[in-house]
Design a protein around this ligand. Structure first.
Ligand code: MG
Length: 464
C-alpha cells in the first residue's frame, strides 16, 4: 500500500502553549499530549516523541517497549528536576508494516479507523469516565459532558511499569486512520470528524480542516491531528517530521519563575479539572516557527521552543468571526498533575493537622469509661481526630452523675497541654470523691446515674 499522510497541530484558542507533540517519521506516527505546569507538559510530550523516534527500523515488535522506554525517560527526567515533577503525557503511536497498522496506546489521545464510510474508534481512553461507563455507572453520552472526563487513569510519567494497550489493524485500500489529541475529539463530535474525513480528499487538508473545526468550536485545548490514507502503490507521501523538541526544554522549565510565577502552576492545574481553565484566548506562540523540523532532532537543536506547526504562518487562529460566543467549557487537561497537586496539598494539610492535633488534649469518654485523649473531639469523614492516651478506671456513667460533668465529658473537655488535661481529670476525681462523700453521709445507696447506658461505647462523640 501507499500511505499519504497529513499532520497538523495548533495551540488552540485558550492555552498559552502547545503541549502536544507529534511525530511523522515513516513508518512511525505518534501523537502525545503533555500535561504538567510551566512547560513541563511540553517537556514530557516532546521527550516521549523523541524516545519514540529512536525505535529501530522494522521494529513494530518494539512499539510497546518503546512506549515503556519513553515512560522511563520521563520519570528519569522528572526525578532530576523538581520543576518537572508530576509531568506526564499521553501516547498514541502507530507503526505501519505493509498494510498492518500496529498501535500502542496510553492515555486519552485516540486512534480512529475510517472504513466503508464509517468512523470507528480503535483505541480506548484511559480515563476515569471511561471506567465509569464500563462499570455501567454512567452512559457514554453522559461521559461526553462529565466534569471529570479529562481525568486520566493512565499516562506516561506516572509510574513504572506502565500498562500499554496494543492493537493491530489490517488496513485496506481506501481506509483512513486518524490519530488525534483530545483537543480534537473533545471539541468536535465523531460525526463531524467522520464527515470531514469523508469529504476532504487530501489528508493534509483534512488534518487542517479538523484543527480548524476544533478551533471554531472554542479551541479549549491544544489540537493535534494526523491523517493517514491507504491507497494502491508503495511508500509514504506527505507529512514528515513533527514538532521539534523544545530547545533546552529542561533549562526552560527550570528557569526562575517570572512575573507570572509563584505557585501559579498549581493554581492553574487545580483549576483545570473544574472547568475553570478558560484563560483568555492567546495568540500563537510569538516566535513560532518556520517549516517542519525533523523529529528526533537532537535536543540541542537551535530552534526556539516553537511548537508548532509545520505550516508556519498558516497556523494563525481562525478569524474572529468564526468564534463561537460561548465556547463549550470542556474541561482542560493536566488532570494527572491536578490529582498529584491535590494529593500534595492534602498531604501538607494532613501533616499540618497532625502537628496541630499533637498539641491538643481533652478529657472525654471511651467505651463507658473516662479517658484522656490527644487531639480534638471531632470525627471527619469517618476519621477520628483524636486518640486515647490514658483510659481511666472511672465509669463514664458515674462521672456523668457529677454535677456539670455530663455535657463536658460528652463534648470533650479540651485542654492546650497534657498537664492541663490531667488537671481536668484531677478535678473530676475530686468532684467524684466529694460526691461520694456526700452520699456516704446521706447514708443512702449511691444515686443511680440518669442514663447508665447512654455513654456506653459512645466514645467522645457528642451525644445523639
Ligand atoms: Mg489535550
Amino acid at each position: 500500500v501507499r500511505v499519504r499522510v497529513g499532520a497538523s497541530t495548533d495551540v488552540g484558542r485558550a492555552r498559552e502553549r502547545n503541549e502536544d507533540s507529534y511525530l511523522a517519521q515513516p513508518p512511525l506516527y505518534a501523537v502525545a499530549d503533555g500535561m504538567g505546569g510551566h512547560r513541563a507538559g511540553n517537556v514530557a510530550s516532546s521527550l516521549a516523541v523523541q524516545v519514540m523516534s529512536r525505535i529501530a527500523s522494522g521494529g513494530w515488535q518494539m512499539l510497546a517497549e518503546q512506549v515503556r522506554q519513553a515512560n522511563h525517560a520521563i520519570l528519569e527526567r522528572a526525578r532530576g528536576d523538581r520543576s518537572l515533577q508530576g509531568m506526564g503525557t499521553t501516547m498514541t503511536a502507530t507503526y505501519l508494516d505493509g498494510n498492518e497498522v500496529h498501535l500502542a496506546q496510553v492515555g486519552d489521545s485516540r486512534a480512529y479507523l475510517l472504513r466503508d464510510g464509517e468512523l470507528r474508534p480503535i483505541t480506548t481512553d484511559h480515563t476515569l469516565v471511561h471506567e465509569m461507563v464500563e462499570r455501567g455507572q454512567i452512559t457514554a453520552a453522559e461521559a461526553e459532558h462529565h466534569p471529570q472526563r479529562s481525568i486520566l487513569t493512565r499516562a506516561l510519567g506516572v509510574e513504572e511499569p506502565v500498562d500499554v494497550d496494543e492493537f493491530t489493524v489490517e488496513a485496506r485500500e481506501g481506509d483512513r486512520i486518524l490519530l488525534c489529541s483530545d483537543g480534537l475529539h473533545s471539541m468536535v463530535s465523531d460525526e463531524d470528524i467522520e464527515r470531514v474525513l469523508l469529504d476532504v480528499p487530501d489528508p493534509q487538508q483534512a488534518a487542517d480542516r479538523l484543527v480548524e473545526m476544533a478551533n471554531q468550536a472554542g479551541g479549549m485545548d491544544n489540537i493535534t491531528v494526523i491523517v493517514m490514507e491507504f491507497e494502491p502503490g508503495e511508500g509514504f507521501e506527505g507529512a514528515t517530521g513533527g514538532t521539534a523538541p523544545p530547545a533546552d526544554a529542561t533549562a526552560d522549565a527550570t528557569a526562575p519563575e517570572n512575573a507570572a510565577g509563584g505557585r501559579s502552576d498549581i493554581t492553574a492545574a487545580m483549576q483545570i479539572p473544574q472547568g475553570l481553565s478558560a484563560t483568555p484566548p492567546a495568540p500563537d506562540m510569538p516566535s513560532s516557527g518556520n517549516g517542519a523540523t525533523g523529529a528526533g532532532a537532537p535536543a540541542e537543536a537551535p530552534a526556539a521552543p516553537a511548537m508548532p506547526d509545520r505550516r508556519g504562518a498558516e497556523a494563525a487562529p481562525p478569524s474572529p468571526r468564526h468564534a463561537e460566543p460561548a465556547p463549550r467549557r470542556r474541561g482542560g487537561r493536566r488532570a494527572i498533575v491536578a490529582v498529584v497537586v491535590v494529593v500534595a496539598v492534602l498531604a501538607a494539610a494532613f501533616v499540618g493537622l497532625r502537628l496541630y492535633l499533637d498539641t491538643r488534649w481533652f478529657v472525654g469518654e471511651q467505651g463507658g469509661r473516662v479517658a484522656l485523649f490527644r487531639g480534638v473531639p471531632t470525627t471527619i469523614l469517618g476519621q477520628n481526630l483524636f486518640g486515647v492516651v490514658d483510659l481511666t478506671n472511672i465509669a463514664a456513667a458515674r462521672a456523668e452523675a457529677a454535677p456539670g460533668w455530663k455535657a463536658r465529658l460528652r463534648d470533650g473537655a479540651t485542654a492546650g497541654s497534657e498537664q492541663e488535661a490531667r488537671m481536668i481529670l484531677a478535678s473530676l476525681r475530686a468532684d467524684l470523691a466529694a460526691l461520694q462523700k456526700q452520699r456516704n453521709h446521706q447514708g443512702g445507696p449511691p444515686a443511680p446515674s440518669p442514663s447508665p447506658k447512654a455513654s456506653g461505647g459512645s466514645g467522645a462523640s457528642p451525644s445523639p
